[in-house]
Design a protein. Structure first.
Length: 399
């Protein structure tokens, strides 16, 4: 079975709007929280200037505009900070906040147009550079689409500001002498737009490289499933989310039955092929929200967010049957082979409050499945050993 890891990594580098990679959700959320804190700090500090001016001279139009813009930006920063801290990171959230960060810079430049200061808007040496801070911050989200969205927003918005200023003011009229911010030049503005584009490209390259390295460190090379380190990290995060939102969570440990005998009889190449075939079957039958990982050797682990123990038992029995029906090709031997799996499953909070307690309970039930005849799912402790005539492949919780 040929590996598809290389094509997937090539797609990461070449497709700027590729599908969102769930492997990077956790660090994307962590990056979003960093951006939210920095955004709130910067907006809060910048808000002090118009606030002070408005208090000293409340009747001046310039101070009123600055205060309104600053207050709006501060409220928006507070809202995004609250959403990020609550873990409300979805596919659209990073895109929205990336564009909003760029838009805040554009609003600051537009405010100069409202104050009849067009040269400050188009030749600013301080506010314009904030675009690069906003675009650079997209690297912390670990989603290349945000880099392009922020870069495109900056290009479109700044172009609109420059075009509007050029059409409504005679920017190089002698009345504006001595041109404290410099005379208007389309050549200079073109250079600024090129720099914005280059900033977006650089951010995309950085995130693409980070995604590739992250994936290489999180994916098992043989089965292309997430590895144990990734599983442990996601389990900890999902456990925290389950406690915070009072939602159920189930964990299953899956072991391939008699895999050592299979490996000894057919060789390690056949064993690798079997593990790849089983991993593919588990991914197909585990369900869309299940996090299937290689736990070590011939053992796998599955995380079921928002899933009760009884619901997990039903899904795992479908998975068990799907694996049992999977044909393992034997390239150096005639014919093919089928393997089965034994499964132990436990759930939070009924089987433990901490992650290691739940995993330990699932491990004990996995051994019970092995003792009781293999090729079965166990979700209750101390299950009686069934006789061959009455053996059931699934031992339900609270049976």
């Amino acid at each position: 079975m040929p590996s598809t890891a290389a094509p997937r990594l090539r797609a990461t580098r070449t497709a700027p709007w590729a599908a969102f990679d769930p492997v990077l959700v956790d660090i994307g959320l962590a990056g979003e929280r960093i951006v939210a804190r920095v955004r709130l700090l910067l907006v809060g500090l910048l808000f002090l200037a118009p606030l002070r001016s408005a208090l000293l001279a409340p009747g001046e139009r310039e101070n009123q505009v600055g205060l309104a813009v600053g207050a709006g930006a501060l409220v928006l920063a507070l809202v995004m900070y609250g959403m990020a801290n609550k873990g409300l990171y979805r596919r659209w959230f990073g895109l929205a906040t990336g564009v909003i960060d760029v838009t805040l810079v554009s609003i600051a430049l537009t405010s100069f147009l409202l104050l009849d200061q067009p040269h400050t808007a188009v030749n600013s040496k301080v506010v314009f550079e904030a675009y690069f801070i906003a675009i650079g911050a997209t690297c912390l989200r670990y989603d290349r689409r945000i880099c392009w969205a922020a870069g495109l927003a900056a290009l479109v918005q700044y172009s609109a500001i420059v075009l509007y200023a050029d059409q409504h003011w005679a920017l190089n009229d002698a009345a504006y002498a001595p041109f404290a911010y410099g005379m208007f030049s389309w050549s200079a503005q073109g250079s600024r737009l090129i720099l914005l584009f280059c900033g977006a490209v650089l951010a995309w390259c950085i995130v693409g490289r980070a995604e590739e390295l992250r994936r290489l460190s999180s994916i098992d090379a043989l089965t292309e499933l997430p590895n144990r380190g990734y599983f442990d990290q996601r389990l900890s995060e999902e456990m925290d989310r389950a406690r915070e939102l009072a939602r159920p969570l189930a964990v299953a440990l899956v072991d391939v039955d008699r895999f050592k005998q299979f490996n000894d009889g057919f060789g390690h190449a056949a064993g690798d092929a079997a593990l790849r075939a089983i991993a593919q079957a588990m991914r197909a039958h585990g369900g869309g929200d299940a996090i299937v990982s290689r736990y070590g050797g011939e053992e796998f682990a599955i995380l079921f967010p928002d899933t009760t123990l009884d619901a997990a038992l039903l899904r795992l029995d479908r998975l068990r049957r799907g694996v049992a029906e999977t044909i393992v090709p034997l390239s150096h031997h005639t014919g093919s082979h089928r393997l089965t799996v034994s499964v132990g499953v436990a759930a939070w909070p009924v089987d433990g409050w901490e992650a290691d307690e739940v995993v330990h309970r699932a491990d004990l039930r996995l051994f019970a499945s092995k003792r009781n005849g293999r090729n079965r799912v166990t979700g209750v402790d101390d299950a009686a050993v069934p006789t061959p005539a009455t053996a059931s492949p699934i031992v339900r919780a609270h049976a």
